[in-house]
Design a protein around this ligand. Structure first.
Ligand code: NDP
Length: 494
């Protein structure tokens, strides 16, 4: 990405070659306001289309995306530098999520009767989840299709219009997604993309007509976005990356664990919010695990299995973390010389103190720290001692024990005997705790995130002598109510 100070456009560039991929407008406050205005009208039209028609349109969009997967993957490759195959994989995942959201929106959000109790026996109660209106999506560059589509697809399925501000590193992908959507929904601008730098995102977050912001990016920017949203009491869902731990228990399949660990850490050059960054290995399998990891890592090289670092500024962070780790720990693979801009070869360092920035801060590069632990309990305690809490991994042959550890892991998601698998299961919610953010995309929770519950109670008949919400209520009615409530709730159970 290159910008000239007075330009009203900016270029997206191929991070591997520096070539200009495309030029896009830096959309102003006024342009964002106009887009939101159009979206407000489109939102009403889209909501009125109803569940069945929206489902058809979204399934059609899914088909368009699928048919365009190859050309879109090429564009993702050009703007991010990642291999075309990896780009295609994220598109396939986005397609499966869109399919799930389209097919399940009505079931999850549509009107349903809910039960009443003995005290409200004369009532009928219904619950439904209504669209919010306009949803603003602020997206990242690391998975420029999969990540924003996790918000966009679910927000659209819930009946909202979307205004999407892609990262300044991947504007072309953002623009293309909205273009493809128009093939399925040409009547109204239900899904628009606005391009620009952080400022354009700030205009979107600050517009009071935007009813929710779905943000993916750094914790620091999430705080700024949240502060802007606070002005209008606009709720946000924040997905802010992590420092995910990978635990290898004593009974793990060591070869499989090493293989998964390597891919989870190095694929996409480590630029994955749920990528492996910290590895804790139980003493009993430490040596065989490290041997397997070293052997497998030896064949992995930047520019071959994975691409360059997309955001040039990130190279400084990665370099700082590698330097800190190399100074205080024992380098197993690579080292400071692994940073050869715009590429970074795999780096593995063991015995890095837990207070090192390499262990505490998000690196977002193809590097890991590995530490030997007494047992899985110690590994879990170290894993949980992080301000982040996005995801994590546990390798163990004992499904019960692994599930127990997964529950105790302070994270929104945990994969057992696989990495990142939760992201590929559309029914599972995606999101974190602590500095990793809050709120959920994907699954039923992801649909509800972009809707507001509407509760309706209807009195079917009056109960004689039990008009509790009237100034005519007397002591006798209150006595009857207390007797009834004591009968229902007053018995102590052990
Ligand atoms: P940012 O958090 O700065 O950017 C994320 C998105 O927010 C981009 O679209 C960005 O636009 C936009 N933005 C920036 N400033 C504002 C603002 N004031 N108001 C509204 N929107 C804004 O992340 P970066 O891309 O700079 O990456 C920095 C670090 O964040 C990475 O090194 C990584 O650690 C982490 N990260 C985590 C991701 C995850 O998956 N959770 C994804 C990406 C990054 P623009 O690009 O135009 O600045």
């Amino acid at each position: 990405m290159t910008v000239t100070s007075e330009s009203t456009t900016f270029d997206s560039t191929n991070p591997a070659t520096g070539e200009v991929v495309g030029s896009y407008p830096k959309q102003t406050a006024e342009e964002v306001r106009e887009a939101v205005g159009r979206a407000e009208e489109a939102a009403r039209w889209w909501a009125d289309l109803g569940w069945a028609e929206r489902r058809l349109r979204l399934l059609d969009f899914k088909a368009v995306l699928t048919r365009e997967a190859r050309s879109l993957a090429r564009l993702v490759h050009e703007e991010t530098g990642k291999p075309v195959g990896d780009a295609a994989l994220e598109i396939v995942l986005a397609v499966t999520h869109l399919d799930w959201a389209a097919r399940n929106a009505r079931k999850v959000l549509g009107p349903r009767r809910v039960r009443t109790d003995l005290v409200t026996l004369n009532m009928a109660a219904t619950l439904e989840y209504l669209p919010l209106g306009v949803v603003g999506v602020i997206g990242p560059w690391n998975y420029p299709v999969f990540t924003p589509m996790g918000s966009i697809g679910y927000a659209l399925a819930a009946g909202n219009a979307v205004v999407f501000k892609p990262s300044e590193y991947t504007p072309g992908v953002g623009v293309r997604l909205a273009e493809l959507f128009r093939e399925s929904v040409p009547e109204q601008p239900v899904f628009q993309t606005v391009t620009g730098l952080g400022e354009t995102g700030a205009h979107l977050a600050g517009d009071p007509r935007v009813k929710k912001i779905a943000f993916t990016g750094s914790t620091a920017t999430a705080k700024r976005v949240m502060a802007a949203c606070a002005e209008n009491l606009t709720p946000i869902v924040a997905e802010c990356g992590g420092k995910d731990a990978f635990i290898v228990d004593a009974d793990a399949d060591v070869a499989a664990a090493a293989d998964a660990c390597l891919w989870g850490a190095m694929s996409n050059a480590g630029q994955t919010c749920v990528g492996v960054e910290r590895v804790y290995v139980v003493d009993a399998v430490y040596e065989p695990f490290m041997k397997a990891l070293r052997e497998k890592a030896a064949g992995i090289k930047a520019g071959e299995q994975y691409g360059p670092i997309t955001m040039p500024g990130q190279l400084d962070v990665i370099k700082r973390h590698i330097d800190a780790a190399a100074k205080s720990g024992k380098v197993v693979l690579g080292g400071p010389e692994s940073v050869r801009a715009p590429y970074v070869d795999p780096v593995i360092v063991e015995d890095v103190p837990e207070d090192s920035p390499a262990v505490r801060e998000e690196t977002f590069g193809p590097t890991i720290t590995v530490r030997r632990t007494r047992d899985a309990q110690e590994a879990l305690e170290l894993a949980n001692a992080s301000s982040y809490g996005l995801a994590g991994t546990i390798f163990s042959r004992n499904a019960r024990r692994a599930t127990e550890l997964a529950r105790l892991m302070r994270s929104g998601m945990t994969a057992i005997n696989s990495v990142i698998s939760f992201a590929a299961i559309p029914a599972l919610p995606f999101g974190g705790v602590g500095d990793s953010g809050f709120g959920r995309i994907h699954g039923a929770d992801g649909l509800r995130e972009f809707a507001r519950p509407k509760a309706i109670s209807r009195q079917r008949f009056a109960v004689p002598g039990m008009n509790l919400t009237s100034f005519t209520r007397g002591e006798a009615e209150m006595e009857r109510l207390l007797k009834l409530v004591t009968f229902i709730h007053g018995r102590r159970k052990r």
